[in-house]
Design a protein around this ligand. Sequence first.
Ligand SMILES: [Ca+2]
Ligand SMILES: [Ca+2]
Ligand SMILES: [Ca+2]
Length: 108
Amino acid sequence: MPYRTSENVRAIALADYDNDGDRDIAVANSNAPVRLLRNDSTPGNIIFSLVWSAPTSDYSNDVAWGDVDNDGDLDLAVANEGISRLYKKRWRHAQQRQQHQCRKHQSA
Ligand SMILES: [Ca+2]
Ligand SMILES: [Ca+2]
Ligand SMILES: [Ca+2]
């Protein structure tokens, strides 16, 4: 499944941040903000919507989900060159900004 982006993706982490039963994607980029892509796929259509971008552009090497404060919401830990960051947020309220449509790779 191709996913086109102009950013230099370093790592991704899958988790169902909005607790709707499908896995969403956090993307760590170098020299671009961390992105959160919500899985809006339906049967036969793979769709991810950009719902959040980190407020800073870091050189991120890795990203991981986990509920570090045990409040029931997943938190996002990002390993950067320099200062690493932990984003604690009520992600399920993140608003959709843009949709990325991914086409299924079709075998001839
Ligand atoms: Ca989900
Ligand atoms: Ca979903
Ligand atoms: Ca939490």
